[in-house]
Design a protein around this ligand. Structure first.
Ligand SMILES: [Cu+2]
Length: 509
């Protein structure tokens, strides 16, 4: 099966699109943005989280069955301090095994919350996390193999803020005043307004695509912001969907942070690409007082820009440059555009910095030269005839191990790679079809090239997810150990692909 067949199939699927629409649900966009509570997690014994079964009325009068940490859907923002230990007691009060994976945190494998660290109903896990990495925005979510997509979809996720008391942060940083987390997710609802997770064949192949946008658990909410500089911490916590974000008045904004911390300098842009699990911190100037909407073009399954799926597929690398696409709007993005949330400017007194510094206190390590090269190909189908195999497994609803990496589906009992502690490596990642956000546990890495083109690292910063649509290279060093009992994962962060076996594991010794 080659690209032409896939194109035909995909076009057919898009003819009845799960487009983010203004369907006549009783949804009420414009409700205030929910602001998660912040939990400062220190070395004391008092920090606990309960994973619970919940119910949430995303749409009034229609309670959905959800999961959350200490709340019905999603969890508190966990604030960790560099140089300290974060001690947590997490109790599973749901109806099946969960894990709590600290996405992007630099910690040893036995604390990572990967599939081997699942804990069952009524059990408590008490990790003590040594926090030692630059300040950044991370997240936590369940990572039970085969269940990750559904558990995250239902709400088992939350944001992490790593702070560094030794580095002065020159950006807006008053949480809930001029510094806001935006957890962006797409979800679907049935005709009665209840949230549903119904994959269908295309969802099993390409990953779930929802019909409504949620931010911090509310449908297309509204945020009231002061008339000045505001920092937004964006997390794409969608199962699969990638976003080409912009403001509907095409205003410029600045990206100041990436997955692993601050960029060396603010980067001006009008559009930002964010694939599943990527984070970006941006600073937006609201001093003109004008209301504005955050919108996205549908990047489609190929993750491209300038024409959605077709553009991505036909245009090859056009959408390439990971977390920045300053030229996006100039490429004439033609996919359907949809609203994510809106902003209204309040008359609240201005606080915090009202100008951006020319440079930022980024901490980009010198990784030196690689001593080893590893190659990874992300496979949409395993031994069943390319894409046709994926279609068949989609049709029969197997949901099994139909995808893989380097020709093998994930096996919890197999170690795929063995890495030496402290050595720098070059990882070359490619895909046999479709875009995949590739995530590596236990570290942050530098992106050298994307889709065959060298990139400007100063615009990308330290990453733990890279958007792969063609041959891409990362420079990576592992400074935290992981034994064979609790190895680190590398995987596609389209959660349905991960659950279908597009994942491998490695030790660091
Ligand atoms: Cu994938």
């Amino acid at each position: 099966m080659k690209r032409r067949q896939f194109l035909t199939l995909s076009a057919a699927a898009l003819a009845t699109p799960a487009l983010l629409s203004r369907r006549s649900l009783a949804a009420e966009p414009g409700t205030p943005l929910p602001l998660p509570q912040v939990m400062d997690v220190d070395a004391g014994n008092g920090n606990s989280l309960n994973a619970i079964l919940g119910q949430r009325e995303f749409i009034a009068g229609a309670p959905s069955n959800t999961l959350g940490y200490d709340q019905d859907y999603l969890g508190p923002v966990l604030r960790f301090k560099r140089g300290a230990t974060a001690r947590l007691a997490i109790t599973n009060r749901t109806d099946g095994p969960i894990t709590t994976h600290w996405h992007g945190l630099h910690i040893p494998g036995h604390l990572d919350g990967g599939p081997q660290l699942a804990f069952d109903t009524q059990e408590t896990w008490t990790p003590e996390l040594p926090i030692d990495q630059p300040a950044t925005t991370l997240w936590y979510h369940s990572h039970v193999h085969g269940k990750t997509a559904e558990q995250v979809y239902r709400g088992l996720a939350g944001l992490i803020l790593v702070e560094d008391p030794d580095i002065a942060d020159p950006l807006p940083r008053d949480y809930g005043q001029n510094d806001f987390p935006l957890i962006i997710q797409d979800r679907s609802f049935d005709s009665s307004g209840r949230m549903t997770y119904d994959l269908g064949m295309m969802g099993r192949m390409a990953g779930f695509q929802g019909s409504e946008m949620l931010v911090n658990g509310a449908i297309r909410p509204r945020l009231s912001v002061p008339a000045g500089l505001v920092r937004l911490r964006l997390l794409n916590a969608s199962n699969a969907r990638a976003y080409a974000l912009r403001f509907d008045d095409n205003r410029s904004f600045y990206q100041v942070g990436s997955d692993g911390g601050l960029l060396p300098a603010p980067v001006a842009m009008t559009g930002l690409h964010l694939s599943s699990s990527e984070r970006a911190e941006i600073v937006v100037d609201f001093s003109d007082g004008a209301p504005v909407r955050l919108v996205s073009t549908d990047t489609g399954m190929m993750g491209g820009t300038g024409g959605g799926m077709m553009g991505g597929m036909m245009g090859g690398s056009t959408g390439g440059s990971s977390s920045m696409m300053g030229g996006m709007t100039n490429r004439g993005a033609s996919g359907p555009e949809f609203e994510i949330m809106s902003f209204a400017v309040s008359d609240a007194p201005l606080k915090g910095p009202q100008s951006l510094p020319a440079t930022l206190p980024a901490q980009i390590p010198d990784l030196g030269q690689p001593v080893r090269t590893r190659d990874f190909t992300l496979n949409m189908s395993m031994g069943m005839g390319g894409m046709m195999g994926s279609m068949i497994s989609g049709l029969i609803g197997g949901g099994g191990q139909s995808m893989g990496i380097n020709g093998q589906s994930y096996d919890m009992g197999r170690i795929d790679q063995k890495v030496a502690l402290g050595e720098t490596e070059l990882w070359r990642i490619n895909t046999d079809m479709m875009m995949h956000p590739f995530h590596v546990h236990g570290t942050s890495f530098q992106v050298l090239s994307l889709q065959g083109k060298k990139v400007d690292q100063a615009r990308i910063g330290m990453k733990d997810v890279v958007h792969v649509m063609g041959p891409s290279e990362i420079l990576v060093r592992f400074d935290r150990p992981a034994a064979a009992e609790t190895p680190f994962m590398f995987h596609c962060h389209i959660l349905e692909h991960e659950d279908s076996g597009m994942m491998g594991q490695f030790t660091v010794t």
